[in-house]
Design a protein around this ligand. Structure first.
Ligand code: ATP
Length: 280
């Protein structure tokens, strides 16, 4: 079972509106992928408009690449297949040909479909010289051959969507097959505010919660870091309540959890710091 997920579009549960910021990325993906998947007839006439068969999302970890891939499948009405580069190469040594054929024939039966290849660099990374495992090389060649077969059959609505934090590790041959490359950046303060508003949409917050102050206090945090920070902050009133109950020797199912305050987040920063460091 080399595919980590196959999900029909109505069961994915994430759409573009659930993703904060990244407006340009969403707009580009809509034009490149959603439109041709939803309206293939508009792309079958002349030579200028061709459905895109490969897109690369690259950028620091935790910036929402996986989230974007899932939401894109929802928006495009496509089935979503997810595979992870490192799992493919480590678990399936030796069976490259069979495996790749199975994947692509499965995918063509599921079209329209988006095949999301996370850590695409480990499946399709630069040729590793003499050190590269023979099976990895075969897997990559098989994958690329199957992919080319796909590209020559333009009528199929199948998109390979790769994601990587290490774009410089990708082989030229792969870069060529991913003609559209989209940078998914860390959010600036304004975009952190948008992400925080989405992450905290259903939480009870103190009145007049200062989103802008929190956004300014989280320089360098990715979307994923912000999510972790919010979870850590949300634990604070829970721990307080449990402490109080312990003191009073009481426990009450209808316990009152106080709203979250800005200070909960500031304190939580001690536990969750930005995961991307430029000093390293
Ligand atoms: P990696 O490169 O480490 O695989 P990634 O870029 O694929 O990371 P995701 O896995 O999509 O990042 O993000 C992790 C989690 O962070 C998401 O499930 C989501 O909860 C949160 N998150 C990240 N970016 C955003 C965003 N722009 N809006 C809302 N939530 C976000």
């Amino acid at each position: 079972n080399f595919i980590s997920a196959v999900v029909p579009p109505n069961e994915i549960g994430v759409k573009f509106d659930d993703i904060g910021a990244l407006e340009d990325v969403k707009r580009t993906l809509d034009e490149l992928v959603t439109l041709p998947m939803r309206r293939p007839e508009l792309f079958s006439r002349g030579n200028l408009l061709r459905p895109c068969k490969g897109v690369l999302l690259f950028g620091p970890p935790g910036t929402g690449k996986t989230l974007l891939a899932k939401a894109l499948a929802t928006e495009a009405g496509a089935n979503f297949i997810s595979i992870t580069g490192s799992t493919l190469t480590s678990k399936w040594f030796g069976d490259a040909e069979k495996l790749t054929k199975a994947l692509f024939s499965f995918a063509s039966r599921l079209a329209p479909v988006i095949i999301f290849v996370d850590e695409v660099d480990s499946l399709l990374g630069a040729r590793g010289g003499g050190f590269e495992h023979e099976a990895t090389r075969r897997m990559r060649n098989e994958f690329m051959a199957a992919w080319d077969g796909l590209r020559s059959n333009e009528s199929q609505r199948i998109l390979i969507l790769g994601a990587t934090n290490r774009p410089f590790d990708l082989d030229d041959a792969v870069i060529r097959r991913l003609p559209r490359r989209i940078y998914v950046d860390l959010p600036d303060a304004q975009n952190r505010m948008k992400i925080l508003k989405i992450l905290l949409a259903k939480e009870k917050l103190e009145s007049d919660f200062k989103f802008d102050e929190l956004a300014n206090a989280t320089e360098g945090y990715s979307g994923s870091d912000l999510k972790n920070l919010c979870v850590a902050a949300a634990y604070r009133p829970v721990h307080e309540l449990l402490e109080e109950e312990k003191k009073e020797g009481a426990s009450n199912e209808s316990s009152y959890l106080r709203p979250l305050k800005l200070d909960d987040f500031i304190q939580a920063k001690a536990k969750v710091s930005p995961s991307v460091s430029y000093d390293a």
